[in-house]
Design a protein around this ligand. Sequence first.
Ligand SMILES: C[S@@+](CC[C@H](N)C(=O)[O-])C[C@H]1O[C@@H](n2cnc3c(N)ncnc32)[C@H](O)[C@@H]1O
Length: 251
Amino acid sequence: MLVEAVEFMLTPGPRWARDAGLLYQMVAFRARFRRNRVAWQDHIDRCHEFIMKAATSGPSNNRAIVFGSGLLIEVPIDYLARTFKEVVLVDAVHGLPERWRLRHYSNIKRIEADITGLIEKTTTEPLNARFGGQQFDLAISANILSQLPLFANKSTIKSMEYQSDSELARAIISSHIAGIRSIASTTCLITDIERISVDGLNQIDRSDLLHGVTLPPPTEIWRWDLAPRPELSNDYDVYSRVGAWLNIGDA
Ligand SMILES: C[S@@+](CC[C@H](N)C(=O)[O-])C[C@H]1O[C@@H](n2cnc3c(N)ncnc32)[C@H](O)[C@@H]1O
């Protein structure tokens, strides 16, 4: 707890990210990773392998952009830095250990930005316009799609007249997919799709993390043992089904 409190106090980041709970979420995610490192390893390996495949699938390797670089757990950053002339990492918050880890890379740029545009600036401007119309060879969405709706600003929901939180979530999800497609010639989307709680062999809960948005069949799918007991409960384990798409079509 003390480690997390110190990290929360010392990590630099924009006010909007702190206010929206994104800094708190980053600190909590790191603590959860520390506790469940072994259970997460297969998921992490699958993410790295998929991203490395995507990185070699396009015609050129000049510029890559990673949305949701976070703690650089799921992102093979050393490989990307070696493979691309420039790598841009976008997240609401970049932690102190990640800043330290990246200090020697002159070809990695960190950007603190609200990927939805709905927290920081409350804008519906498309993703590529918000990044100055820049184009990339590869855009990676690194396990953030299901997270993006969680931090959307409630006042924005009102002003944009969405009927429900789910409707807003669906709009954010579809817009993010259109956004990565507009910004790069090759796209690599990794996201958790469903969260499932199991007590032994019995499934006791299942939630659709994409709020009913139907995506094309994933290129690959795997299980992420997110919270084996006793992480969330002594009585059940929680896992996510994760999908990975190379060059996804419209959602
Ligand atoms: C599950 S974590 C991703 C972990 C990361 N891929 C890694 O390898 O460590 C989700 C990330 O999405 C980021 N995020 C969520 N909503 C965001 C938003 N609106 N703008 C920018 N980043 C956001 C969080 O800060 C967090 O780092």
